[in-house]
Design a protein around this ligand. Structure first.
Ligand code: BES
Ligand code: ZN
Length: 462
């Protein structure tokens, strides 16, 4: 005599399967991390293909149909679908990126970036957290469901290989394949949690405008003793230009930079204040004892809901060991702005250009280029798929998930809203201390395993 709820039994079987096959998921993740799919590195073109093929094989094994690779001007896009749940069930479009950031500086890695290594509860390797681990978590959850019954929802996958360089070829693909991608919502696990104990749903992302500025002075490097004092040093000019991009109150000085910024509502500011993210949290995450930024805003507001301008890199003159007396002919900076609704990256490009026209001295020449542009986004938290994710996270962690904005950028989220009318459920299982984009990137395996369990529940609750 048994009156076990068949839905509960079905969920329990899938959760058990996922639990029993953790090692298999870890081995799969390691094999994906071994592929150095660095989108920023042109010599990695074959590796991008390899990573795309790896995904295609996994999706085929899962029984997906129409598993396809689309070539683009850059890295290939992988598409697949499995629409067996029928027209009365929702369709989830799962987004992921299989590319990773460069691994440099290599000397700071304790194990090789593309030879994944488990040390304690952590898997080290470039992309382990951002976001190969998140992709494999979704595949493991779907496999657990597929091995123990019918899949509860219809599924489509869109996997790109250029997110870490600003997704330059994705919008064109989305626009020209709108029909193929039609679905009820997007699951985007390219985000993370506030901490191991705080499952998190992200409802806001900043946009980005990434620039390179090159300043040129003399037509070759000069002896700084013979010519120093008469030549305007391009390194100094560039530093002065950069120094002028913020005022004493930490605000960005580009003309019109804040004009389109949507002010934070009092209610949202109150919500943000309730999060366990304060000065102590940021001290432990950064190793900084004091902070800097726009006056009048809390740290979490500055890091997620206010726009910024940051120097990502500077290059000029002699930077080797010891000394060399040289007056450099050139200086270069990589600069990016993080944007919030309703800023427009192309508008910021115009503002930076105007700033340089107004402030660069006539003693040098300068040029600026835009490397990537992505729009900010805000997600509707009332969506049924968000509710399902909230429940799935709560049932897995035993506490209500936090909802917050994220300071990082995932330009596809705004593109999906704009071109397909789709909201994204942004919930992933990376942690702030995973070292994304940094040496010794790692994935916290217990959180990864809980993430798989949460995803099994999510697909079931939909
Ligand atoms: N996964 C990140 C975005 C992210 C970071 C989400 C932290 C949640 C928490 C993504 O892969 C990323 O790093 N994006 C780039 C985009 C850029 C190159 C256009 C970023 O934000 O720097
Ligand atoms: Zn990512």
């Amino acid at each position: 005599m048994s009156n076990i709820n068949p839905d509960a039994a079905r969920l329990a079987a899938a959760l058990q399967y996922a639990h029993d096959h953790q090692d298999q998921a870890l081995e799969e993740l390691k094999s994906l991390v071994r592929i150095p799919s660095i989108s920023n590195d042109k010599s990695c073109k074959p590796e991008m293909e390899r990573a795309a093929h790896w995904l295609i094989e996994q999706l085929q094994q899962l029984g997906f149909h129409k598993v396809q690779m689309f070539q683009t001007a850059g890295a290939p896009i992988v598409y697949a679908e499995l629409l067996t749940a029928g027209p009365n069930k929702p369709t989830a479009l799962i987004y992921g990126h299989y590319d990773v950031q460069p691994a440099e500086p290599l000397e700071l890695w304790e194990s090789l970036p593309f030879e994944p290594e488990v040390r304690g509860e952590l898997l080290f390797g470039r992309g382990a957290s951002d976001m190969k681990g998140q992709i494999v978590a979704v595949l493991a959850a779907l496999n657990a469901l597929a091995q123990t019954g019918d899949l509860p929802v219809n599924l489509k996958f869109l996997l790109e290989g250029e997110e870490e360089v600003g997704s330059p070829n994705l919008d064109a693909f989305i626009i020209s394949h709108a029909e193929l991608l039609s679905s009820d919502f997007v699951l985007n696990p390219d985000s993370g949690m506030v901490s191991q104990d705080h499952p998190t749903i992200t409802y806001g992302l900043r946009g980005i405008a990434y620039f390179e500025i090159r300043v040129t002075g003399p037509d070759h490097d000069l002896h700084s003793g013979i010519f120093g004092g008469i030549v305007h040093n391009p390194a100094q000019v560039l530093c002065e230009l950069i120094a002028g991009m913020h005022d004493a109150a930490g605000r960005v000085t580009l003309p019109g930079f804040y004009d389109q910024v949507r002010p934070l509502e009092d209610s949202e500011r109150a919500e943000l204040r309730r999060l366990p993210i304060n000065e102590v949290y940021y001290r432990s995450q950064t190793g900084c004892s004091e902070f800097f930024g726009e006056e009048g805003y809390t740290l979490i507001e500055r890091a997620t809901a206010r726009p910024t301008l940051e120097v990502n890199g500077l290059l000029s003159g002699f930077t080797g060991e010891g000394s060399k007396t040289v007056l450099p002919a050139r200086a270069m900076a990589k600069i990016s702005a993080r944007l919030v609704p309703d800023q427009d990256p192309y508008e910021v490009q115009r503002q930076l250009s105007q700033y340089l026209h107004e402030h660069a001295p006539s003693t040098v020449r300068w040029e600026m280029t835009l490397h990537s542009a992505g729009y900010p986004s805000i997600t509707d938290l009332d969506h049924f798929a968000i509710k399902a994710m909230q429940q799935a996270l709560e049932d897995t962690w035993g506490s209500r998930p936090l909802v917050k904005r994220e300071g990082g950028s995932i330009p596809v989220v705004a593109s999906m809203q704009k071109h397909l009318g789709l909201e994204s459920v942004l919930a992933g299982f990376s942690l702030p201390e995973d070292g994304a984009h940094a040496p010794n990137e790692r994935l916290h395996l217990p959180t990864f395993e809980r993430g798989v369990q949460a995803l099994v529940r999510f697909f079931t609750y939909l």
